[in-house]
Ligand binder design. Structure first.
Ligand code: GTP
Length: 788
């Protein structure tokens, strides 16, 4: 056998063996990743041969169809996210989806730490999803790109980033808890991105599961119209199946004697004789559904009032399904399904609903796409670091196409990069493909500078052409360069971190390694910020929560082998101004034979009533902007933005200010760097004059606690400057809704656990920034100066 043939066979054996492994215990980041050949032909031949190796284990049933579906028709693609509160069952549901679609031979168990999508060591140990993992699989004739998103609020940015590339989402609920805090947060994020959703009431087998309660909480808390497409047959211990309200078919899972994997179920029309009460319930539910849909969809209303007005029973299932699809896509209502992922019930109908009711990529509209026409526009939405192949970047293509071995241009980084390979992330395998078409998602190899959230286009010329179109189509309105840039970007808004701490390597010799590790981690996770403390020269980590920083610390140790020391965790305060103030600054420097001369006059003003932002609004007095070339404007904007990164009092970011450039004169030889420096100094002067107010992060806190421990939790909250807004009942528990300053929440999880014997859970989410009173502000100043 030739060397190549031997290699191919070895590869085939490895592939076959890998499919037969029931549990995927090794970390996939370090494991050898297999390629199915470099060319399309290679893909076909290896897959065909592999299909013959049935004695090892059959590969996923549909792998052979890869030949025809490397780039399925856009209408057959579903880019779907699964979102929910922590522990609602997203990972378990994903595993079941992969199993039923044939991409894994046995499902993993979150509790045993062997799932496919939770693959980082920390995720397996802690049983939570930290980084969203994108997984591709086929269900019937559809390509599903599924993204499992994290439930912990420290990783909200991960959720936001995923929502950007999704066309639809499945919201998973614990049927015994209904809508929980994090679901609400993610739901709002999905509203912001206008993502059509379906709801899956999971855990119907749990002792306190209640379909009615969960539906009611969706109605009340999410302020949406649930469309009940299924009714459960039994609840808790008696939960055994579902009735499809649209088709009136009952689906009952029947375990075989040796296996209860949920593959075996009976689907048949529900007859009155089977269960008269249930039959009537389904009949009523179908009529209600028809009325709801007719209220929301004119086309369907015509059918109901016309052809079928005499007998609603005669409305064909496919007409009702099409109407449900239209109202779901228009986000006028949300289909609701139910099941138990753990007990293997309800996941196949959920997959059918995903393909039936959620949109294809071409059914969504994205504003930025109009500027690209048919040119490539893609978004890098996730970066992984593979020890052998370097950074792997997950990309979604919106328009145009992507090919391996080609150069692409990153708008955010203003650089051209070369991409060597394109891979489809099929379950835990990656399959090399020759091109990626609009609407699809893939992994790229070779992009070294691209980070999560970057927009990728075919070339600089294409970016310039798009910018020109965006500027030209502005309808006479003058847009600043940063406005045009934001129009072109498919990127994600990253909230500012609320916690920070210093991080030190064990010795100076390891500093370089630590810097490398941190820059890799930052490319993966843009919510992690790293900066250098200008006074002490120490590296500072800024993150979204205690858990976030803890995980980063852990990953540096495990993945990069560096034992680091973290300083005490501190709060990321903000600074703002109390009054308007003006300042003038003059820079006059001669470097070599060049004279750099600038005079700048600026005014700073508090911005009222808008969403808190650290991005200063930059304005120009009448007559100033007309005279300024674009590059000079860019340098001024740079200077203003830089001066707001570190406020004059404690060095925290400055928020909510307007800066007006009142006059500016400069010598023609002046460099842009000198101009920025002068503007920056002038803003700092004005800020100092305007009076600085320190702001602290105020958090929304939701504690779910049993009645017996409620008073202990409330007493503790009072000590933390907490303000209780509402106490709700949720089944046997109480839910405390409060706001509390983040500064009072250090180590809260440990305290709450001991106060409530581990029975309470909580979620914490940034609400706003509130002003410290003068006593608190001077106490903080003293602490920061080391006086107390
Ligand atoms: N009774 C019951 N338990 C379930 C069901 N689905 C999941 N679980 C359990 O609920 C726990 C959380 O499940 P996961 O799948 O990790 O939930 P998740 O939403 O992915 O959690 P995070 O990634 O941490 O946000 C595990 O102990 C599961 O075994 C279900 O249908 N019924």
């Amino acid at each position: 056998m030739s060397g190549t043939a031997l290699e191919t066979e070895a590869r085939m054996l490895r592939i076959a063996r890998k499919f037969s492994v029931n549990t995927l215990k090794s970390s996939r980041l370090c494991s050898e990743h297999m390629y199915f050949g470099n060319t399309r032909m290679g893909v076909i031949s290896v897959v065909q041969q592999n299909c013959c190796l049935r004695s090892y284990s059959s590969p996923p049933g549909d792998v052979k169809s890869l030949r025809s579906v490397i780039n399925p028709h856009i209408s057959r693609i579903r880019n779907i996210g699964i979102m929910a509160h922590i522990d609602a069952g997203k990972t378990t549901t994903t595993e079941r989806m992969l199993y039923y679609s044939g991409y894994i031979r046995a499902f993993g168990d979150v509790d045993d730490g062997d799932t496919v999508t939770d693959f980082m060591v920390q995720e397996r140990e802690r049983g939570i999803t930290i980084q969203s993992a994108a997984v591709t699989f086929d269900w019937k004739d559809y390509r599903i790109n599924l993204i499992d998103t994290p439930g912990h609020v420290d990783f909200t940015v991960e959720v936001e980033r995923c929502l950007r590339v999704l066309d639809g989402a499945v919201a998973v609920f614990d049927a015994s808890a209904g809508v929980e805090a994090q679901t609400l947060t993610v739901w709002r994020q999905a509203d912001k991105h206008q993502i059509p959703r379906i709801c899956f009431l999971n855990k119907m087998d749990k002792s306190r599961a209640s379909f009615t309660y969960a539906v009611e909480s969706i109605k009340q808390k999410l302020k949406t119209k649930p469309l009940l497409l299924q009714l459960p047959m039994g609840e808790a211990k008696t939960f055994r199946g579902l009735v499809d309200v649209v088709t009136k078919e009952q689906i009952i899972w029947k375990p075989t004697s040796d296996l209860d994997d949920g593959k075996n179920f009976e689907q048949k029309l529900l007859l009155e004789a089977d269960d008269p009460n249930l039959f009537q319930e389904v009949q009523d539910a179908r009529n209600t559904l028809i009325e709801q849909v007719a209220d929301l969809d004119d086309e369907f209303a015509e059918l109901v009032l016309g052809e079928y007005s005499e007998n609603l029973d005669l409305i064909p299932a496919d007409k009702l399904q099409s109407a449900i699809r239209r109202v779901t896509l228009a986000q006028k209502a949300v289909p609701v399904l139910c099941g138990s992922a753990l007990k293997n019930k309800g996941v196949q109908p959920l997959l059918d609903a995903v393909t039936m009711y959620l949109p294809a990529p071409n059914e969504r509209s994205y504003e930025f796409l109009q500027w690209y026409k048919d040119d490539l526009c893609a978004l890098a939405f996730k970066v992984l670091h593979d020890k052998c192949r370097g950074p792997l970047v997950f990309i979604r293509v919106y328009s145009g196409s992507l090919k391996p071995q080609s150069a692409v241009y990153n708008i955010n980084k203003s650089c051209t990069e070369r991409m060597s390979r394109l891979l489809l992330p099929f379950a835990d395998q990656q399959i090399e493909i020759p091109s990626l078409m609009p609407g699809n998602i893939a992994l790229t190899v070779g992009l070294k500078k691209s980070a999560t959230g970057d927009t990728i286009v075919s070339s600089k010329a294409s970016a310039v052409a798009a910018a020109r179109r965006a500027g030209r189509d502005a309808g006479g309105e003058k847009r600043s360069s940063s406005n045009i840039e934001s129009l072109l970007l498919a990127g994600v808004e990253i909230p500012d971190p609320v916690f920070f701490c210093t991080i030190e390597p064990p010795s100076m010799a390891k500093q370089q390694d630590l810097d490398n590790a941190l820059s890799c981690l930052q490319r993966e996770d843009p919510s992690l910020k790293v900066k250098l403390d200008p006074d002490t020269g120490q590296t500072v980590l800024c993150g979204m929560g205690e858990l976030h920083i803890e995980i980063i610390h852990d990953r540096i140790k495990r993945e990069y082998g560096i034992e680091t020391y973290l300083g005490p965790l501190q709060i990321a305060y903000r600074e703002t101004i109390l009054n308007a103030a003006q300042a003038t600054d003059v820079l006059d420097k001669t470097v070599g034979d060049k004279r750099h001369f600038v005079t700048a006059e600026l005014e700073v003003r508090p911005r009222l009533g808008e969403r808190a932002t650290t991005k200063p609004a930059i304005k120009y007095a009448v007559g100033v902007i007309e005279e300024l070339p674009k590059e000079v404007q860019g340098a001024i904007e740079n200077g203003v933005t830089n001066s707001c990164i570190q406020g004059p009092l404690l060095g925290f970011p400055v928020q909510d200010i307007d800066v007006t450039v009142q006059s500016l004169t400069m010598h023609p030889d002046t460099s842009h760097t000198m101009l920025s420096a002068c503007v920056s100094r002038c803003v700092q002067k004005a800020l100092k004059k305007a009076g600085i107010q320190i702001l602290e992060p105020l958090m929304n806190l939701e504690i779910t606690v049993s009645e017996d421990h409620l008073s202990a939790a409330l007493a503790d909250l009072a000590q933390r400057r907490g303000s209780v807004q509402e106490i709700q009942s949720r089944q046997d528990n109480r839910v405390v809704i409060a706001t509390v300053p983040l500064a009072e929440m250090m180590g809260y999880s440990t305290v709450l656990r001991s106060l409530t014997s581990g029975s309470a859970t909580f979620t914490l989410e940034l609400a706003s920034y509130q002003a410290l009173n003068s006593q608190e502000q001077s106490a903080l100043l003293q602490r920061r100066m080391g006086l107390v």
